[in-house]
Ligand binder design. Structure first.
Ligand SMILES: [Zn+2]
Length: 78
């Protein structure tokens, strides 16, 4: 009874971070840990958009106060 061993070199299979599919983690897969170039690009795009996400909030110190009405002063002259 002969045992059929696939190959001495074990392939490391990881989950593709993008699609969750099987991905060969080895030199034969230049897109590792992704399963394909497409998945890699998708993940990189998501990462880039995430890093460029900047909250833009108005800074009161930089707003011109020309639109604001003049401060009301009590008429206490005299
Ligand atoms: Zn994938």
């Amino acid at each position: 009874m002969a045992t059929n061993r696939p190959s001495p070199a074990r392939k490391l299979i990881v989950l593709c971070p993008t699609c969750g599919g099987d991905s060969v983690y080895g030199p034969e897969n230049p897109f590792r840990p992704f399963c394909s170039e497409r998945c890699k690009n998708i993940d990189l795009g998501a990462w880039a958009s995430e890093s460029y996400r900047v909250e833009v909030k108005p800074d009161p110190d930089q707003l011109p106060d020309e639109d604001l009405p003049p401060p009301v002063r009590p008429e206490g002259k005299g």
